[in-house]
Design a protein around this ligand. Structure first.
Ligand SMILES: C[S@@+](CC[C@H](N)C(=O)[O-])C[C@H]1O[C@@H](n2cnc3c(N)ncnc32)[C@H](O)[C@@H]1O
Length: 265
């Protein structure tokens, strides 16, 4: 953003803004890694994305400490979902790893407006013991502090386009899930479900479709990077990394896989 495009601000206004940001910052426990950033010009200059405030409320509900300072992730989500819809990439949306529904709410909002469905895959009871193997062998149970009811509360009215698929992925897959997807959020932290999620959803992704892989650059979850790198090497795919808090990565499917590079299993 050029400074010339900024509205004129008085000294008092600038002081007030700095004070407000400082006070808000006090509510972010990880303040040492926080910084101030602009919203996209398409929001501030032409008042695009009027849904942003409502989506931000859902994105941070019951999850202020992690998501409250991660505007890059929310914008990456919003702008890419809108791009996929603008390009008319066919298929539904899905998420593997829902927890309290903070990102599922973003998917559901746009899906409802576009007449698409969202399949939400989670145990809704946290990690499954069987996935705590290999690089994740020393993990303990996490994310059990949720429920379908809580997720519905976070998503709100758009929950009517969501299907809640409870159980350990990929065991939870049913025949009706073998359909086309336009966009899938993969946020399951562990190597084994991430491996299975990449394989299943890439195969069922439309050409032009998008996989959002959360935590690719997050040293706390090494199994995610491992699974994504293994997958890309095998499929000849490439990642685009995002500068959000936990290092999301994007895979956009450009073509149907060559024969012989099809996913395993
Ligand atoms: C980090 S949380 C998801 C957060 C959510 N996407 C968000 O941004 O608000 C990870 C979720 O993955 C789920 N998960 C991990 N392994 C799974 C598996 N094999 N099957 C289903 N869900 C799984 C956990 O239950 C947990 O709710």
């Amino acid at each position: 953003m050029s400074m010339a495009s900024q509205p004129r601000q008085t000294w008092a206004f600038r002081k007030l803004r700095v004070l407000t940001q400082w006070l808000v910052g006090l509510r972010i426990p990880n303040l040492g890694s926080a910084y101030l950033s602009y919203h996209p010009d398409s929001y501030t200059m032409v008042q695009g994305h009027p849904e942003f405030r409502a989506l931000l409320r859902g994105f941070t509900r019951f999850n202020r400490s992690n998501n409250g300072g991660d505007m890059q992730r929310l914008w990456t989500f919003m702008l890419n979902v809108k791009q996929i819809l603008a390009e008319n990439v066919p298929g539904d949306f899905a998420e593997l790893g829902v927890w309290r529904g903070n990102t599922a709410g973003v998917l559901a909002h746009y899906a409802q407006a576009a007449g698409r469905k969202v399949a939400l895959f989670d145990t809704f009871e946290g990690f499954d013991q069987r996935d705590m193997q290999g690089v994740d062998a020393s993990r303990s149970a996490e994310f059990s502090d949720t429920s379908e009811r809580m997720v519905r509360q976070v998503i709100g009215a758009a929950a009517c386009v969501c299907e809640f698929v409870q159980g350990r992925f990929p065991d939870s897959l049913r025949p009706e899930h073998h359909r086309r997807y336009a966009l899938v959020s993969l946020d399951c932290d562990l190597h084994e479900p991430m491996r299975a999620g990449l394989e299943f959803f890439y195969e069922h992704l439309s050409v032009g479709g998008l996989l959002l892989v959360h935590d690719y650059g997050n040293p706390a979850w090494p199994g995610v990077k491992l699974a994504a790198d293994e997958f890309c090497a095998r499929m000849g795919e490439h990642l685009i990394v995002v500068g959000d808090k936990s290092g999301s990565a994007l895979i956009r499917k450009k073509r149907s896989p060559e024969p012989g590079t099809a996913p395993r299993g």
